[in-house]
Design a protein around this ligand. Sequence first.
Ligand SMILES: Cc1ncc(C[n+]2csc(CCOP(=O)(O)OP(=O)(O)O)c2C)c(N)n1
Length: 619
Amino acid sequence: MYLEQIDSPADLRKLPPEALDALAKEIRELIIDTVSRNGGHLGANLGTVELTLALHYVFDVPADSIVFDVGHQAYTHKILTGRREFFRTLRQHGGCSGFPHPEESPFDASVAGHAGSAISTALGISTALAAAGSRHKAIAIVGDGSLNCGISLEGLNNAGAGTDGNNLVIILNDNKMSISHNVGSLARSLNRIIAGNFYNRFKTAAKRLLFSLPRHKTLHRMIRRFEETMKYLILPGGVFEELGIRYIGPIDGHSTKDLLYHLRHLAGLKTGPVLLHVVTEKGRGYEHALQNPARFHGVPGFCRETGKINGSGKPTFSSVFGEAAVELADRHPEVHTITAAMKDGTGLAPFAEKYWGRFHDVGIAEEHAVTYAAGLAAGGLRPICAVYATFMQRALDCVYHDVVLPQLPVIFVLDRAGAVEDGPTHHGIYDLGFLRALPGLTVMAPRSEAELRKMLEFAYELKRPAAIRYPRGGSAVPLDTEVSALETGRAEVVRKGSGVVLWAMGPEVDTALEVAETLGGDCCVVNARFLSPFDAELARKLAEGRTTVSIEDHVLSGGLASALDEALANAPHGPLLHFGWPAGRTIPHGKTAELREEFGLSAAAIARSVSGHSNTISG
Ligand SMILES: Cc1ncc(C[n+]2csc(CCOP(=O)(O)OP(=O)(O)O)c2C)c(N)n1
């Protein structure tokens, strides 16, 4: 057993290189065991065990920095950098985060969670190292999916242009997968080189030819030039080399011998930037994950023996959205859907299957997804652009500039809106803050899957920009529940009463109903439905002389609480109590039920606060 001897990378470097393969096995065992219990990202982590071992064996982290892109492949790094036992608390409240964070460990060079940031961050670190006269390296580990991100390409463009990238090493971790199969022309080009390894064979043939010919200077020069030209024509390295980035590869990312050889070479280089193309297998070492890498990308836990992934199998907002999008497309041939590499997560897989030509996976490119949708709409189509709320942050300007200003009929669907288990990088709790401020963008939050269907229809009929936001999972409302007609900017009173008024949005309406039951008396519960335009008229009508409460799965700034504050600012109203995620601090990772408990957002905690407050007032 090697693993238990390792409390830091220095311990790792005491082992002979021959021990690394056995150590890799032990690490895989720990990862599979922990993720099967706690959930997490399995495939990407199983694919990067040898790569991470070799990196820590050759480089001296944290003097050298490893910058993970997305950070969902950093488990081996965590295990090797003093967090072996802590790792068993993966994703648990107060436990080990699923992503790197410098607050968790000085070995984590940067925060990661959103794709595409590694090259830019590592380039910045490289510049800082050079400024300090250091020869240490900034090493970006980027997946082939994340390489497609606009920001990655911006980073590459910058890295090769001057001398800032002298200390920069980019490791392209190519497993041909994003979450689903990787898409786009860059991916196609990378696949070609791996499949054919044509250039290397061509180079060997050219060398043989050169040696077999008589020593004729001009002839030799001509063959060399031809080889160079061919290199740019047939090698994707040509793309990188054209950008001023030296390309090495492709190499086997599971061969510790090859990895050590090449990484040692890179460590000794005086000038960068250099890109090492490493080929890995997503899910390596666990057959079920190897067979179904998309399904095992991120899992809520699973049975090791059978590979059965935990889950209720009940319909969710995502799956119902997927069905409703297909039905809308059945009736309207101009309906197209767009995903930024989240076909399965957003529920669009059935749409992709039925309407392949009308489904667009643009890769991890949220900005492009939004502006591409604008173009589709300008061309007369009716795009639905489904993006997770947290990733939509990247495309805010595109939403405003390209869709809202020209008032194009794009429907945005923001999945995973609200707090999630992954933590601060993934909480979708800021979307309303930026969407509600945009003029002419209708923003809705369905209370149930049935209401989501209605909102999608409504957004289609609106023929102007609209956004629908909903959380992960499903609501407690039966699917076949009758939903009353929607009217722009009108909320729905779901429980009448002349006492405390509880406003809520999305599935929090059920929390509000629970609070009302607990409080007793004749509380009134309102489903906000529209966050923009907001039903200020109803808010004012109900607020006079009564306590108004808001409950939302959003930060307390910019969402429902703010909408109510704005509506009631110049109107007579009773006390105002807001329940949502606190602004001005980050919300950690953990089970959402535990987070709600900690932040006083469970129905019971809210009821306690409201009745405590009422008692104070009457007392
Ligand atoms: C901006 C952004 N959009 C979407 C995601 C969701 N996401 C997480 S991992 C992933 C795929 C990454 O693929 P790749 O970089 O090739 O890494 P691999 O998982 O294959 O190792 C996606 C789309 C994200 N993290 N960030």
